[in-house]
Design a protein around this ligand. Sequence first.
Ligand SMILES: CC(C)(COP(=O)(O)OP(=O)(O)OC[C@H]1O[C@@H](n2cnc3c(N)ncnc32)[C@H](O)[C@@H]1OP(=O)(O)O)[C@@H](O)C(=O)NCCC(=O)NCCS
Length: 143
Amino acid sequence: MKERTRPMTIDDYAGVYQLWRDTPGIGLNNLDDSMEGIERYINRNPTTCFVYEDANAEIIGTILCGHDGRRGYLHHTAVKVSERGKGVGTALVDAAVEALQKERITKAALVVFANNEPGNTFWENYGFTVREDLTYRNMILTV
Ligand SMILES: CC(C)(COP(=O)(O)OP(=O)(O)OC[C@H]1O[C@@H](n2cnc3c(N)ncnc32)[C@H](O)[C@@H]1OP(=O)(O)O)[C@@H](O)C(=O)NCCC(=O)NCCS
């Protein structure tokens, strides 16, 4: 079998979750990143989430991506440590961007920890610029 990027399904959850757990820089949340939370996300965004499989069908990279009809958002981009620097991350972002473009989404955004230097370099080099004029705000909605 050849290495490939393919759409993520909920059947990939165990492999993907393990990869996230092994990846510092990915902030995991008990609710949103539970199997139920990820299933809900994939059901809403069935064409824009991807995994990268190696020749043995092991998941070595993943990206969650979705949109709200106006803006695209990328989350939890992760590549297995031993496989970094080989273009896997770029292939996953390419797939997500192409999938958003097919749905006529014209802008995409993401959040990355400010102290994640390699992560920020990756996004900067890909073309995701920093908006100095904006402040990221959020609010917890759980009761
Ligand atoms: C960020 C990450 C997804 C990149 O995946 P990758 O498969 O290694 O990336 P690529 O091989 O496609 O690299 C593309 C470019 O990104 C930059 N880059 C990637 N890793 C880098 C690093 N450690 N330091 C500096 N630049 C880096 C380089 O410009 C690289 O291009 P080059 O190889 O021509 O120099 C991966 O390092 C990772 O999983 N990091 C931990 C999780 C994380 O921080 N995710 C992003 C924040 S949400």
